[in-house]
Write a protein that binds this ligand. Structure first.
Ligand SMILES: [Zn+2]
Length: 358
């Protein structure tokens, strides 16, 4: 991802932990031959008033514990291991130890576990804490921190709080890692395109049977994009112009985590096809219009190229608005190509023609 979310956004990340504690307490009682604590005594004191009327929680938890009680004793540790490991966030994002999935649970446990997971996830949108629902509070803190773009792509704007909600992205899908279903750490907001077109139900920890690491949405690592290795005049032809062949490099540490990001969200392919190929010529035309307004026509090709650094510095925005993180890189590539000993003359002539004729 390109940047991370402020950790304060998950200050109210208690629901998943409360449910897991209740689950484990019930399992402990069963393993020790006792009856699990009755409702609502099994609820933690501090959340009892809020959760007592949630009969869905009561019934789903008791169904799950009933199935657990029926399990042969030898199968019970598998359930506990999955619970403990799946809730080990954020370590699970950055370590390489295996993580048991829903499919690893005894068959009779899977439906009750999934039902409870879906229920808890739904509760994030209906449980109020302070000013708003848990899920909305998380989003409001993110929006208040001036984040306006999706950190997974940097391309799409977030809607303001109160507008129709963006989907919450389960980094670890609920269908595979149900015990992290309502952990806000596992639920970073993402744009609809990232979420529904690219991420979908992909198992981000396990691609093609290989355990993979990924970024923690609240602590990164985060990455920067470089186009410095792109090849001018070697890419796709659009409108009679040969574009650069985009060679997109992800810069940062822990590059295996970056590769997970790229492969899940198709970052390089989207940037090349949807932004750079689609917008590069319009960016060049904008530069030529700016040059004409600032300097005028009738200059030589060297003079046209010489203004590129000023344009990059003064005209291209910082950050993610107007795709500036890609646009500025594309202009740095152009500026570099203008003074390349092999192709510089051709690139300068090409740019000059936009100023004179476009
Ligand atoms: Zn996105």
């Amino acid at each position: 991802m390109l940047f991370s979310y402020p950790i304060e956004a998950i200050d109210q990340n208690w629901l998943n932990a409360v449910a897991i504690d209740m689950m484990l307490a019930g399992m402990n009682a069963i393993d020790e031959g006792r009856r699990p604590a009755a409702w609502p005594a099994c609820l933690p004191q501090g959340r009892r008033a809020l959760l007592e009327q949630r009969t869905g929680l009561k019934s789903k938890l008791s169904t799950l514990l009933r199935e657990y009680r029926k399990l042969p004793v030898i199968e019970r540790p598998d359930v506990r291991a999955a619970i403990l490991r799946q809730t080990e966030l954020p370590n699970i994002f950055s370590d390489t130890a295996p993580c048991p999935t829903l499919a690893s649970l005894p068959a009779s446990m899977r439906a009750p576990v999934s039902a409870l997971a879906e229920y808890l996830f739904g509760q994030l949108s209906t449980l109020k804490d302070g000013n708003g629902f848990l899920r909305d509070n998380q989003y409001s803190v993110i929006y208040a921190s001036k984040i306006r773009h999706c950190p997974f792509c940097g391309l799409n704007y977030f809607r303001a709080p109160g507008a129709p909600r963006h989907a919450l992205d389960h980094l670890l899908p609920i269908s595979i890692y149900p015990f992290a279903a309502a952990d806000l750490r596992n639920l970073p907001p993402a744009c609809d395109e990232c979420n529904t077109t690219y991420k979908r139900g992909i198992d981000i920890l396990n691609l093609g049977g290989v355990r993979r690491r990924c970024s923690d949405p609240y602590f990164g690592p985060t990455y920067r994009i470089s186009l410095a290795d792109s090849d001018f005049f070697n890419g796709n032809s659009i409108g009679g112009y040969i574009l650069p062949r985009w060679n997109i490099t992800i810069i940062g540490n822990e590059l295996d985590q970056a590769e997970t990001w790229n492969s899940v969200y198709q970052i390089k392919a989207r940037y090349a096809r949807d932004i750079l190929d689609a917008d590069f010529l319009s960016w060049i035309k904008h530069y030529s219009g700016w040059f004409v307004a600032e300097v005028g026509r009738g200059r030589d090709a060297g003079a046209v190229a010489a203004e590129l650094p000023r344009y990059i510095r003064n005209v291209i925005q910082d950050g993610y608005a107007d795709r500036a993180f890609l646009k500025a890189e594309a202009f740095r590539l152009l500026n570099h190509a203008c003074w390349d000993p092999w192709i510089g003359n051709d690139v300068r002539q090409w740019l000059w023609a936009f100023v004179e004729y476009a």
